[in-house]
Design a protein around this ligand. Structure first.
Ligand code: NAD
Length: 294
């Protein structure tokens, strides 16, 4: 039987509605409007599109969006001064510095300067440590999106064999830690893993975050497994001169074996921005000492 295709676009739309309800509640009960500040340094065209989309979704969810642009030759000091101002601004509950940054700016220094309570990307070492120790904190958006999709497909994840391919700080490691917190038995595979297909065949839940087009093949999949594809890879299309996006999983082939699978595009991608809004709402609620409804 073919796998159920998990519709990340539809799930993200529902999640954004739930965030909007939460925002309406904060405005009604606490006279508070959550605010998300996005900082863009330089004019990388892809980053400009991401920032525009994030701002539009933020406003749609009833939040305030603050956009800050610095020129490509901006100094680290000027960016640090901007972040210090946002850290101190009570109207700003979440701060996101769009990556990559130009070479004259040290990325880690900038990410460490964001107040942990406003770190909606979940990249600050304090939030990384909270996640590693299974304590509540702000969790990176793409890993949070993977967790939500996995729970949507499977309900409880307790006791499942989960395999994460990829060990990056922004996807693979935090996904693995979230799954451990959910009581999965987690294997983290990477570029030096021996016999990757055999490792993947053990997985009830397989999450691919590699960056290699359609690397995961049908005979790597345990029958009935849930497969979440984080990869975004641009490849040549059949039509000359055109390109298309594919994931790390050979979706069409794997769909005949898996129980549920996310497409690319339309799977994890749209969920990532929705999770940014979830984190901004959570940050605003934490500032009030209340539990976020989402
Ligand atoms: P990365 O390059 O930082 O990490 C890739 C990981 O894959 C590494 O840990 C490496 O060990 C592993 N790897 C590389 N080749 C391998 C191989 N042959 N076999 C097994 N493991 C291998 O990448 P990243 O930032 O973690 O991103 C991974 C993918 O996810 C990329 O395609 C990226 O575009 C995509 N991504 C998507 C979203 C989203 O919102 N959907 C967000 C972030 C990243």
């Amino acid at each position: 039987m073919p796998a159920r295709l998990m519709d990340g676009t539809a799930f993200a739309a529902k999640l954004r509605e739930r965030v909007k309800d939460g925002v309406d509640g904060l405005r009604r009960d606490h006279d508070l409007v959550p605010g998300l500040a996005v900082v863009l340094v330089g004019d990388n065209p892809a980053s400009r599109v991401y920032v525009k989309n994030k701002a539009a979704r933020t406003v749609e969810a009833g939040m305030r969006s603050f956009e800050h642009r610095l020129p490509a030759n901006a100094s680290e000091e000027s960016l640090m001064a901007l972040i210090a101002g946002l850290n101190a601004d009570p109207a700003v509950h979440g701060i996101l510095v769009q990556l990559p940054l130009p070479p004259q700016i040290q990325e880690s220094a900038v990410l460490n300067a964001v107040a942990p309570a406003k770190d909606v990307d979940g990249f600050h070492p304090i939030n990384v440590g909270l996640l590693a120790t299974g304590k509540p904190g702000l969790v990176p958006c793409t890993p949070l999106a993977c967790l939500m999709l996995a729970k949507e497909a499977l309900g409880t994840l307790e006791g499942l064999d989960a395999v994460v391919i990829g060990r990056s700080n922004i996807v693979g490691k935090p996904v693995a830690q979230l799954l451990l917190t959910e009581n999965c038995t987690v294997t983290v595979a990477h570029s030096k893993t021996r016999d990757l297909p055999a490792v993947c065949r053990r997985a009830d839940l397989l999450i691919a975050a590699v960056g290699r087009p359609e690397m995961v093949k049908a005979d790597w999949i345990k029958p009935g497994a849930t497969v979440i594809d984080v990869g975004i890879n641009r490849v040549d299309a059949a039509e000359a001169g055109k390109t298309r996006l594919v994931g790390d999983v050979d979706t069409l082939a794997c769909a005949s074996i898996a129980g549920a699978i996310t497409p690319v595009p339309g799977g994890v991608g749209p969920m990532t921005i929705a999770c940014l809004l979830v984190n901004t709402l959570r940050a605003a609620c934490a500032g009030l000492g209340t539990q976020s409804p989402v």
